[in-house]
Write a protein that binds this ligand. Sequence first.
Ligand code: PLP
Length: 397
Amino acid sequence: MNIKINENFNNIKETYLFSEIGARVRKYVAENPDKEVIRMGIGDVTLPLPQPVVDAMVKASKEMGVKETFRGYPPEYGHDFLREKIASHYASLGVDIKADAIFVSDGAKSDLGNFIDILGNNTVIIPDPVYPVYVDANTMNGNDIIYVNGTSENGFLPLPDAIPTKDISGAVIYICSPNNPTGACYTYEGLKAWVDFAVETGSLILYDSAYEAFIDNSDIPHTIYEIPGSFEVAVEVCSFSKFAGFTGVRCGWTVVPDTLMAGETKLCKLWMRRQATKFNGVSYPVQRAAEAALSEEGISACMENIKYYKRNAALLSELLDSKGIFYTGGKDSPYVWLKCPNNMGSWEFFDKLLNEVQIVGTPGEGFGVNGEGFFRLTAFGSYENTVKAIERLKNFL
Ligand code: PLP
């Protein structure tokens, strides 16, 4: 064919991370069929959907099979019942978000990638290590990326003073808190530093709060809109994936307040246009299920699941505390991000852990250069396997 392709795709780094992990684990299992491998590398949930969510999805699916209650295309921005429910979730956090600033989507990943459709080629500021979608989506668009280093010194919570240049105007800044992969969370003070910086430099923050439900600590904001000034500089992207176990169901939302202005243009108008053109909404049964997740009964059922994962995370944290190993996360997050002992490299530690105690984690190097020498364990496995893994790690670490 004589068509042109988007050459920026040639600049995306191939991620061998999960395929390489899979290959090494398969090889090990084939050579050691009698050994039981415990997988603590995945970022996917494992508990089934809470009952109120299932009931709502079944009920809505049945409505779709009856002439009087059948529904065709859903509204592009989400059904009002769900937008209002999400607005009431924000109200419970003490934040006033209007339902029409909420755009329902099929998940956070799509919106985080798609939002740059409405922006020009701005400088993009991304912390490293990081959830790889931000980097790859911007590389696809040919944007220049400036990385800010997350290190053990700053607790993997870099602040604007870590930006390697002072020459910033009108940048797009990605912040994820609680963070994947590091589990680290910005306090009010840390997040305020970013909001203040965005205000001063005329920048936009894309705030990823996919793990918000894991936050217990009252010093950690649940939403960026708790920070003064954020309504002028921040878009928030959130998801039902981790809160309600929707990784396979698919539903999330993005908040675009009508106070966000690029010059004379309201960003929400551009986002409405983009969504109406390229997105046809989330299915009715899924939106009813999401609504149920935010009902009183749904929240308590979802939080039971979160509590289950958090118990696993707490066990991992206790172990690392007892061994004096540096780590972040583990408290308001399903992730524990630890320094590989004896200055081992990430992959070296991966192999040692697999070969000696049959535990699979994720080498930090796969999340950016600052991840080298670090390792991610997740709390999304079963309690029984987590306890078993901890017994093995007690002697190993
Ligand atoms: N944001 C972060 C930081 C994630 O870790 C993930 C998934 O692991 C997502 C977004 C994707 O969320 P969703 O399932 O809603 O697309």
